[in-house]
Design a binder for this molecule. Structure first.
Ligand code: ACM
Ligand code: ZN
Length: 565
């Protein structure tokens, strides 16, 4: 999300019912179990009578060889942190007699790789899953059955949790349920990233798309090219100015604003995410959105520079890697080698968006390349670029993923596409047998306004209220059932031109991410706006307990059904 919406700040939308009102506190009898308000909504949920109280000393039973290790460890840690409960771990081949919390690995095709079956009875909890990821999601559901204080980050606050009895069978609709965070336009600390991963897990999201490089900052340490972070991670501080009114760096000025992640920090993030069932997909932008790299190594451009890291908006994207230079491919392959070492993800995102091809048109090296390769348009030159990188990644066992511009000039043979300029690119890719992730600006761009602009902090433009996110259907009607299988899932994107810090990031994310989580997880027939709003009231209490900022707005409801599932 870059230049496209710069001129759309003037919105002519009629807003209704905006009042910044706080959702009504849900009435609860003291001592009664919390109302069930699970987000995303489970596949099947059957309430039963009674409740189970998790007391200190209740054993957590893990069968020998069970894949539930990370989930059980996380569960025990959370119960200790939130409620001060020490729950002993018991390794056993047989289900324990009650009361206990039993993790049972099952071979059940109905559950699939991420599903789980949860049974809460007065005598205890039984959680079944096929894989560790299934257990991790099941544990998140148990948290949501506890009082909201389970999500507290500041030490034990409440007594033992009373958990309502019920039976749940649950599994996700889509395999890819992601969030992109742009850490280039503004840098976000590793500590925030770790908290954000907890928050993704809370929503049963399983992909963290880490947008690590862009014009305004290079954020990943690369041993072989130290200038990328010595120079490319820093820009002059113009944070007091509007994004699009920031003067470039002047001669002699010090670039002090920015930051980057060391290799150790990246390893820590990837490992932490893995323990939560989240895959981290790195994005290294090419052939455009790379001014931070060109500021460090100007010889990689067509014209040779010099360049500085821009402190604000750049449009169009003309300073790009030279597609005629062998040194560029050597550089990118060396960078990617180090990226692959740090990120075990099967998919690597290489950007590919918004390149203004006029620089290539005027470059003798780029034109010589086109001639040598028999390419007639600059779009084909971009396709050549991406195909070369795809070959490199494929030889190392990884799949290339790019923004839908990589369709132009011919899609690389096995590439995956992220459809952002609407769903057209996704439809085209799916029809030609390529996997796609749907993230159209219309429903997935969380840098858009979510309420009346006059009452909101400045955003990039657009309008994406909660209700519209919730209404998103990721599978376009144009696709046949066979083609639709290539739609791997959905992703929300938080570009951060107008998002300078964690509190503001959360404000843009929540509660819209709750709506997106349900789009990605729950079957369409289980989705219902009024029901979601009622469950959201419970979810907002969880955000509050976790100290998470969120946007209050027109979604707030003063009416609710008598029973919240
Ligand atoms: C994008 O928003 N340029 C992918
Ligand atoms: Zn060139």
């Amino acid at each position: 999300m870059r230049g496209l919406l710069k001129s759309t700040l003037a919105l002519s939308i009629i807003f209704a019912g905006l009042s910044g009102c706080v959702p009504v506190e849900l009435a609860r009898r003291p001592g009664s179990p919390p109302e069930v308000g699970i987000i995303p909504r489970p596949w099947r949920l059957d309430p039963a009578g009674g409740s189970f109280t998790l007391a200190a000393g209740t054993p957590v039973v893990l069968e020998e060889g069970s894949g539930a290790g990370a989930a059980a460890a996380g569960f025990r840690a959370r119960m200790a942190a939130a409620f001060g409960l020490v729950l002993p771990l018991v390794r056993s081949a047989r289900p324990a007699s009650s009361p206990s919390v039993v993790f049972t690995t099952v071979d059940d095709p109905e559950l699939g790789p991420e599903g789980y079956r949860l049974s809460v009875r007065p005598g205890g909890i039984n959680l079944e899953a096929v894989t560790d990821r299934g257990f991790l999601h099941g544990v998140q559901t148990i948290y949501q059955l506890c009082p909201a204080s389970v999500f507290g980050r500041e030490g034990p606050r409440a007594g033992p949790p009373v958990i309502p009895c019920l039976e749940i069978v649950d599994r996700p609709r889509f395999a890819w349920r992601g969030l992109l965070l742009d850490v280039s336009r503004h840098f976000f600390s590793k500590e925030f990233i770790l908290e954000l991963l907890d928050e993704l897990a809370m929503h049963k999201l399983n992909v963290f798309h880490w947008h690590l490089t862009d014009d305004q900052g290079w954020r990943i340490e690369i041993k072989r090219y130290p200038a990328l972070t010595e120079k490319g991670a820093w820009r002059v501080d113009r944070e007091d100015k509007h994004w699009n009114a920031r003067e470039p760096e002047k001669p002699g000025e010090r670039a002090t604003y920015g930051g980057f992640y060391t290799r150790d920090e990246i390893r820590e993030v990837v490992a932490y995410a893995d323990r939560l069932g989240i895959t981290v997909i790195p994005e290294i932008e090419m052939p455009g959105h790379c001014l931070s790299a060109l500021a460090s190594y100007p010889e990689l451009s067509c014209g040779g520079g010099p360049f500085t890291v821009p402190p604000g908006g750049v449009w169009p994207i003309k300073d790009v890697y030279c597609a005629g230079s062998e040194a560029v491919f050597a550089f990118l392959e060396n960078v990617l080698d180090e990226v692959l070492e740090l990120f075990p993800s099967p998919v690597i995102h290489i950007g590919g968006d918004e390149v203004d091809k006029s620089t290539w048109k005027a470059c003798s090296k780029c034109q010589a390349r086109m001639k040598a390769e028999g390419l007639t348009t600059e779009e084909e030159l971009q396709s050549y670029f991406i195909r070369r990188i795809e070959k490199f990644l494929k030889a190392r066992g990884r799949t290339l993923l790019g923004w839908d511009e990589i369709l132009e000039g011919g899609l690389a043979p096995k590439a995956m596409v992220m459809s952002w300029r609407g769903t057209r690119g996704g439809i085209e890719a799916a029809r030609s047998g390529h996997d796609v992730v749907m993230t159209p600006t219309s429903h997935c761009y969380f840098d858009y306004y979510q309420g009346e602009p006059a009452q909101e902090p400045p955003a990039i433009g657009g309008f994406l209220p909660l209700e519209k996110v919730y209404a998103f259907e990721p599978v376009p009607v144009e696709l046949s059932a066979e083609e639709a299988r290539h739609v791997l899932g959905v992703q929300a994107n938080l570009w951060t031109e107008y998002v300078p810090d964690p509190s503001h990031a959360r404000y843009m994310l929540y509660p819209r991410l709750a709506a997106m989580a349900e789009v990605g997880w729950s079957l369409p027939e289980r989705r219902n706006w009024d029901g979601f709003r009622a469950r959201l009231a419970v979810q907002l209490r969880r955000y509050e307990a976790a100290g998470m900022t969120y946007a209050r707005g027109r979604f707030a409801s003063s009416a609710r059904p008598a029973v919240i599932e």
